[in-house]
Design a binder for this molecule. Structure first.
Ligand SMILES: [Zn+2]
Length: 331
């Protein structure tokens, strides 16, 4: 308990520090130093409670609606409130592929969070006639939130089906041009457990071909299982081949129901858990897990501010996966 209490004090101090800084990446700059300088060393990992073997919440969203129909749906107001909470608690968004590859380049003392959207609906992405994100869509809310809080980068991963976002041809190019990631969610939102191997591979290849037609030269590296259901041959969720076109995914995302382990630790990229965010509180939803991580900050991923180094308390050393040991920085 003493350890947790101590970390709480550090976390509170960090929040004050972050609030006092217009740009968190300038936290370590000495007075008079160039704000753009990249030579300023990041702070002592122990001083910021760095733990890059901690857990990361990957939040899962579906429809945004003023009158939500399903438990997975969310109102625009609740989505805004969740972004406010994430910012207040010092989270910063990254994409799924940045998370799984360990390319987590965030300011010291912040925590990564991954925002994911399934099913490519128009409540997530649609546009005005002028081509701007339409009001109250998830995309517009993310962009407005970033404009109000520049330190909270507007990024997310959208897992799309074919003819995404009501087949609006502007959608995928706009998303990739603005730093969002496109992931696969199969061509037809198939229940992969009911298809044979050929059917599973056809679902992925047809989806990847449709995405590539809309946004060439944007390789799709990540996939979310429709309904959270794996194919009977689970290897086909990560790699396969249909009609002469091979595919491989670096990350396979599930539906439930807990924070993800660190990519430098126990993460299994073929079965990455996500946390649902819905209209009302349900067991193990985003409200529950954000509370848990706030109460146990020693278990949460906290950045050291140096992407070249993986910092963590020395007593966690056994959790580091061997292939990451060249970057290991226990303290
Ligand atoms: Zn889905």
């Amino acid at each position: 308990m003493a350890k947790i209490a101590g970390l709480r004090v550090i976390t509170a101090a960090l929040l004050v520090l972050a609030a006092a800084c217009a740009a968190p990446e300038q936290q370590t700059a000495a007075p008079g130093a160039s704000p753009a300088s990249t030579t300023v060393p990041p702070p002592d990992p122990a001083a910021v409670g760095a733990n890059e073997l901690g857990m990361v919440p990957i939040l899962m969203y579906h429809q945004l609606s003023r009158s939500p129909a399903g438990d997975y749906d969310q109102t625009p107001e609740k989505f805004r409130a969740e972004l406010e909470r994430l910012l207040r608690e010092n989270y910063r968004p990254i994409t799924v592929s940045r998370f799984t590859s360990g390319a987590i380049d965030l300011p010291a003392g912040t925590h990564p969070v991954v925002l994911t959207f399934d099913d490519s609906t128009t409540s997530q992405v649609s546009f005005t006639t002028e081509g701007a994100p339409a009001p109250d869509t998830a995309l517009a809310i993310l962009e407005e939130f970033h404009a109000a809080h520049p330190e909270f980068v507007s990024t997310a991963t959208f897992f799309v089906n074919n003819e995404p976002f009501a087949n609006d041809q502007r959608a995928l190019p706009w998303l990739t041009a603005h730093g969002y990631e496109i992931g696969s969610h199969t061509a037809t939102h198939a229940n992969l457990g009911r298809l044979d191997g050929t059917g599973v591979q056809r679902e992925f290849v047809q989806n990847l071909r449709a995405i590539a037609a809309a946004v060439p030269n944007q390789p799709v590296r990540t996939m979310a299982l429709p309904l959270g259901i794996s194919p009977n041959d689970r290897t086909l969720a990560s790699a396969g081949n249909w009609d002469g076109t091979p595919y491989t995914f670096d990350a396979v995302l599930l539906v439930g129901a807990e924070p993800a382990p660190s990519p430098f630790g126990a993460l299994d990229p073929t079965a990455i858990p996500r946390i649902r965010s819905g209209r009302t509180p349900v067991p193990f939803d985003s409200g529950y897990w954000l509370d848990q991580l706030a109460e146990h900050p020693d278990q949460r991923y906290t950045c050291d501010g140096d992407p070249a180094r993986i910092s963590f308390p020395r007593n966690l050393s056994a959790e580091l996966t061997a292939r990451w040991s060249p970057r290991s920085a226990p303290y």
